[in-house]
Design a protein around this ligand. Sequence first.
Ligand code: PEP
Ligand code: MG
Length: 428
Amino acid sequence: MTDPITALRARRVWDSRGVPTVEIELTAASGARGRGIAPAGASTGRREALELRDGGDVLGGRDVSMAVRLAEEIVAPALVGLDVRDQEAIDDILARLDSVDESPRGRPVGGNTTTAASLAALHAAAASRGVPAWAVLDPSPHAIPRPQIQILGGGAHAAHRTAVQDFMVMPLSAVTIQDAFLHVAEVYRTVGEVLAGRGPRRGVADEGGHWPEVSGTEDALDVLIEGIERAGLEPGVDMAISLDIAATQFAGPDGYHVQGRTLRTAEWIAELHRLCEKYPIATLEDPAGEDDLEGMQLAVANTGERTTVVGDDFLVTDAHRIAFSAGEQAVDAVLIKVNQVGTVTGAARAVAAARAHHLGVIVSARSGESEDVSVAHLAVGWGADIVKVGSITRGERTAKWNELIRIDDALGGLGLAATVRPIAGKQA
Ligand code: PEP
Ligand code: MG
């Protein structure tokens, strides 16, 4: 049965940083409806799908009135009549509308517009079939992705208080999602106590992690270890550390600018290698900048078996870059963000490319988020190893974690996925 799209409505809504973003709602002939809200990154890769923002003085140039208008004037007529259950056909049109060559008036509609429309189509298709969104992607998932949760926020998410962007933990010994969150919530609390013992606390960073009152990367890692131990958990056994270095943010033509020093690629990766030896770091995301292939390769070659090197800005959810990077042994796992590529289908192709090359898969939210819970459904439906949506505080984060708990409940309590699948780089 087909269920043609009958209407598209677009509107300006607000994200977790008080910045406008695009929401799109699709309706199909059956009456099924679906909504999607585009998230937004702060530490974006230069190869990501470009958001369409108004520019000018209002709201720092970040308003989306043009994107909303183009959604109704260009995207709506292009999608009306298509089968809402045919995600590939819808996403193919959306990708064309976001290209200079193929969009009417030569005006790309923006990756924020296509992301909102593509997510709306997924949810409308789910409503049309009478199933949850994850079931559209996989009717019988085997596991719940393991959560990777921010405890301290840094980098572009905390006014560059630390060079490193995300200090996260990942429960290892927890078998269920409920246990995982119990462990993480304890660590969030105990790390808060450790920081309180050092002086006044300064609130939270963009993704809800504690604002890092630390002297540098190693101090932050010591705080995490102290918090994990205070929670009665064993670092590396019950709880691993995950870092998103987001190195593009402090990479320059002359090297990496860290804590007043400039390090050449080999020196910087050696520094990270030393940290991976000293601390139980399970995943290391974007250790090198988005154009530093050699840095990524060195990281894969130098970090030991227990550390998985993840590509985010380096891969931008692009199936071709993933295949290339796998061949070059530049990553062990890929970060998947729908709005980096602009459509659910584009991201699904990136997941398929990762699996074809035996790379791990981490499905991720962005630092600018909303109550949209699509990422929880995508992570389960794509069979991700890990899911990353920020910290365990702030409503836009807990919306997703709580949805993951509901999905697990609906599936009768699946266990958590193994930490990460066999990974190509480390096997070679
Ligand atoms: C990330 O870098 O993985 C991240 C979630 O941050 P942002 O959305 O700012 O890119
Ligand atoms: Mg990242």
